[in-house]
Write a protein that binds this ligand. Structure first.
Ligand SMILES: C[S@@+](CC[C@H](N)C(=O)[O-])C[C@H]1O[C@@H](n2cnc3c(N)ncnc32)[C@H](O)[C@@H]1O
Length: 324
């Protein structure tokens, strides 16, 4: 049993079954044993998964071209900044260095008080802890985490109420008996916080996700865990040793953002955003290099981005205080 599993088991024996949001929070961000806090590098070949951020320099150059276009749309303000949420290894910092860049992760970095510019969030919202519910008769009941003497198990709790119930009513259309759905209220809290601080600018959120209409594709919910490049549906095993993600409901993100003062610019595949960013020569420039080996490496990165990752990720662009 991992040290973190022992701590969670102890908490359950003290308080009774815990919410999945609490379980995911501890599994990923416990100050000492959390997956993202215990000091082991989760990314890359030796880790558990790759992200587009590791496809440097091509991903960085194209995202920088996108940020440049957004800065021009704002009239290139002198105090333009780039704020990255959850930069992980920090691979995008070099690409955004020409602007006043700040990365905010669990380990450090502070949100600017008031700023103008672009907020870049790549695989950030899908790493935020969520609560989980299952449809029974005419209500959603919370799915909590208990301990059965051998392992962590799902237990059905009370009927979901309040803001979470309203969220489920709105974003889970015609739920059938047994349908499992996640509630992303932390993503909403982040949008509120960001809207209060961003005076003028854009939020670009790139993530795995779905719209309300597409939610029927996930009758068992979208929780996944990753270990050594294998995707696993079981998320309660080995807390602290595996990544856990929940797909983002882009409809919920977009609608809540509208209530916070953001307006929708576009929601499209990451491939479309990369191609748009590559217009006016940025794509050709990203593939330029001194040696044939480096040019080949960059062509392969572009292929992986456009035909692989880019098709399964979605990019949501929101504006605040910038007329569209
Ligand atoms: C899936 S990783 C993505 C890392 C990087 N953006 C990439 O594309 O490789 C999610 C990142 O979000 C960070 N994160 C999660 N919750 C956070 C929070 N509340 N504040 C700041 N960073 C957070 C995690 O520590 C982690 O580095």
């Amino acid at each position: 049993m991992t040290p973190l599993a022992a701590l969670i088991r102890e908490e359950i024996s003290r308080t009774g079954p815990i919410s999945f949001e609490r379980f995911m929070d501890l599994a990923l961000y416990h100050p000492r044993y959390g997956y993202y806090t215990r000091g082991r590098d989760p990314f890359g070949r030796q880790g558990d998964y790759f992200t587009a951020s590791q496809l440097q320099p091509v991903f960085g150059l194209l995202m920088a071209a996108q940020v440049r276009a957004l800065s021009e749309e704002m009239g290139r303000p002198a105090d333009f900044r780039v704020l990255e949420l959850g930069p992980g290894r920090g691979e995008m910092a070099a690409a955004f260095a020409e602007w006043n860049y700040v990365g905010v992760d669990i380990a450090g970095g502070a949100l600017p008080d008031r700023f103008r510019g672009v907020i870049f969030a790549h695989e950030f919202f899908d790493a935020l802890p969520v609560s989980v519910a299952v449809r029974r008769a005419d209500a959603f009941r919370e799915l909590r985490v208990g301990w059965n003497g051998e392992r962590f198990v799902w237990l059905e709790g009370e009927a979901v109420s309040g803001e979470a119930a309203a969220y489920l009513r709105r974003y889970t259309e015609n739920p059938e008996e047994g349908r499992v759905a996640e509630v992303h209220l932390r993503a909403w809290r982040w949008l509120e916080e960001l809207a209060a601080r961003l005076e003028r600018g854009f939020l670009l959120a790139i993530d795995y996700g779905y719209t309300t209409r597409e939610a029927v594709r996930f009758p068992a919910g979208t929780l996944m865990s990753y270990r050594r490049h294998a995707a696993l549906e079981e998320v309660l095993e080995e807390p602290g040793e595996r990544d856990i993600t929940a797909h983002v409901c882009f409809t919920a993100l977009e609608e809540h953002a509208a209530g916070c003062g953001f307006s929708m610019v576009r929601c499209e595949s990451l491939t479309q955003t990369l191609l748009r960013a590559g217009e006016s020569g940025a794509l050709a420039a990203a593939l330029e290099a001194d040696t044939e080996a480096e040019r080949r490496r960059r062509r392969l990165q572009l292929k992986t981005l456009l035909a692989g990752l880019g098709e399964s990720f979605r990019a949501l662009l929101l504006a605040k205080g910038v007329p569209q």
